[in-house]
Design a protein around this ligand. Structure first.
Ligand code: PLP
Length: 346
């Protein structure tokens, strides 16, 4: 993400001083640190609690005179309303970056997430649908941007032999811990979270080591199997959970096909929520991300405009995500659903 945002900014015309980026107030923290590392000021936009996409009223009211780019979120495999965002961005002459880090293979209107706007990213970090622990991919149809990215890529430092061995060992351990028999261990040491829940201000851009990229490539060949099993798990939760005053499900945007990297719900009763998170943690139930971007003290100095985003704050306080990966057993899913339906009854 950081390399793409940096390259994009380099492509501005000489007299173009726009240096702001619009981010949804609830997304992965590394999106904010990538933007800051690339040299942007951040303008936050509140989200819609029903879809987790941008709140379009806030977005349309936003002062975009100094905005150069905006980023989608597509969290947990649920696409944002990308056709609407793409239209908005082009109307205002803003670059849309379509963040498909959590939504590989998801679609809106038959079109893949990551292919909307000026460019898209896929991430192969840990916790994603496909992972080589690090690395990612940039998708663009813009030739100038493509050439610029190529140039930057070829000048990046390579990981040395020692670094490569270290990466290999990390990958090995990661796969070992994901083994179903050991599933409880990663849950208990909170090893299997979705990306980082801590804010890291330094973003290191390195060449993608071939050893790691070949791992990702291998998984890309099997991506349909992996994705379908997540979709099955997601649909099971969708069908079995009761929407009540205490539990709200997320509604996919029109004409979209989510891939359910996790299954997010909002729990409106604070006590029920903390009880669930405690009791069901071993089954892989977790809260991510604990704060909205406007609540991160580390980025306050880079925020412009009115940063109040009450809905994003509320989502951060209420969200709970359920696991959908291939090692979640059916009986574990059932007991998560039973507990939720019991605790959240009206
Ligand atoms: C993991 C993640 C990223 C990270 O992207 P990198 O290219 O690895 O920096 C970005 N956005 C979201 C939503 C993520 O989950």
């Amino acid at each position: 993400m950081a390399s793409l945002l940096g390259c994009l900014l380099q492509l501005r015309e000489k007299n173009d001083h726009r240096n702001e980026i619009v981010l949804p107030a609830y997304t992965c923290y590394s999106v904010a640190s990538s933007a800051i590392n690339a040299g942007y000021k951040i303008r936050l936009c509140d989200i819609d609690p029903k879809t987790l996409s941008y709140d379009m009223v806030s977005l349309r009211n936003m002062d975009t005179d100094r905005v150069f780019a905006m980023v989608s979120a597509n969290l947990y495999g649920f696409p944002n309303d990308l056709p609407v965002l793409e239209h908005f961005a082009s109307e205002r002459n803003i670059h849309l970056i379509d963040d498909a880090a959590q939504a590989l293979c998801a679609r809106v209107g038959g079109r893949f997430v990551g292919t909307f706007g000026s460019a898209g990213i896929l991430s192969f970090d840990k916790g994603k649908n496909i992972t080589s622990l690090q690395g990612g991919m940039i998708i663009t149809g813009d030739e100038r941007l493509f050439d610029q990215l190529r140039e930057v890529e070829s000048s990046l430092p390579e990981l040395d032999a020692k670094g490569q061995v270290k990466e290999f060992i990390k990958v090995f351990i990661y796969y070992f811990f994901l083994h179903p028999v050991l599933y409880q261990i990663p849950a208990n040491i909170s090893f299997s979270g979705l990306g980082e829940t801590r804010y890291e201000d330094r973003v290191l851009i390195q060449k993608y080591p071939p050893m790691l990229s070949s791992l990702a490539k291998d998984q890309l060949n099997r991506v349909e199997t992996v994705t379908n099993s997540r979709i099955r798990a997601g649909k099971y939760y969708e069908e079995s959970l009761d929407q009540t005053d205490k539990l709200a499900k997320i509604t996919p945007v029109p004409d979209s096909e989510p891939v359910y990297l996790r299954y997010p719900i909002l729990i409106k009763d604070e006590h029920v929520r903390s009880r669930l998170l405690q009791e069901q943690r071993v089954l892989g139930v977790s809260a991510s991300y604990p704060k909205s971007l406007n609540q991160l003290s580390e980025i306050q100095a880079y925020l412009v405009g009115d940063a109040a985003c009450p809905v994003a704050d509320q989502v951060a306080a209420q969200i709970v995500t359920l696991p959908t990966h291939a090692y979640v057993r059916t009986q574990d899913q059932q007991s998560v659903v039973d507990a939720l339906n019991k605790y959240c009854r009206n």
